[in-house]
Design a protein. Sequence first.
Lengths: 150, 269
Amino acid sequence: MSMAVIWEIAAAAVGTMAFSLLFGVPKKYYPYCGWIGGAGWLVYALLTDPGLCTAAEATFFATVLVVLLSRFFAVRERCPVTVFLISGIFPLVPGAGIYWTAYYLVTDQLALALSNGFAAVKAAVAIVLAIVIVFELPYRFFRLPSRRKP
Amino acid sequence: MTRETDEGLASETDESAVLEAAMEAGHILLENGAEIFRVEETMDRICRHFGVKSDNFFVLSNGIFATGGNGEKGNFAKVLHIPVKGARLDRVVAVNQLSREVEEGHFTIRQVRDRLEEIRNLPGKPEKMQILASGIGSGCFCYLFGGGLLDSAAAFIAGLILYLYLLKVSSPHLSKIVGNIGGGALVTLACILLYRLGLGEQLDRMIIGSIIPLVPGVPFTNGIRDIADGDYISGAVRLLDAILVFLCIAIGVGVMFTIYRRLAGEVLL
């Protein structure tokens, strides 16, 4: 793993924490949000950098980890999973896809606009699938390692 | 306005007080970015604990309908319209915590309503912090999408400007559509200016990083969850909301590019 990837993971973690502040996540959960955002990007980078997966496939696997961790922390901290999930997913949202689609549309490069737009939709569908599938796992799966509160 | 009607209708009977409290809890949850099933579950928990039979809730993404009573005593019926606002997850966490504590039996119904009032008035993060967070987020995401350090610095500035606009212009004065088109255009303009001034080398990465604070993460994620839970109407409305915002951002970026190309007469990048 190159140095660049480590910096990227740090950027993903800090960026995720910044967005969790914007969504009003309570302060004590910032570190969890950071971990989740960083972990999601780690998977994404490990899968796309050597060309193991396409962007959409890597997005799928990264989102699976993000949702698993979010559910795990939610059960452990007894708080809504939304708190971790929404900001944790941000690094995986196809923001670049939106930009390139808009750019190619206004510069009259329709074929490129279409292929970029389609790639963005594919990544979005990957996120959807990952969220839906991981939420099918039963609750007790996440309870085993959880901390018992008095 | 809803506040006054709440007080006006207040507890004739215990049952209506409980239902009022449950609806208030549901209102706060729905307004601040909770999933539909969580709203239903929380309202149900509160009602069940205080011994009110509560199978008469209908929750949509922007409304709650509830009826109570068995026809012998006074009936309870109420509809709440809840416009979509920005997410405040701390309130969702607080109501969730409250509903657990209610279940453990720590509260009277009066105390629950007082606590809900407190949660409703929870102060948000100071605006300066929010603006700073938006800048940091933009800078980080610019780096993540392949920007250099200078690009990230430019995205940081654009992110600050964007959130200032969101807080001062867009959310108080503009509709969602116009506000997001304006946001996309403003970010593009800010990045083009910074790029022309010599800060940043990759205009595309700068813009990609700084549009991220506009991305509708809450409706997108919750819409998916709602559809997966079978709440198709609410899920579809929330996803439509998210798609609309994505489109508006793209339109804003595109419009500003077109204007710039007409004025400067050159192709960017």
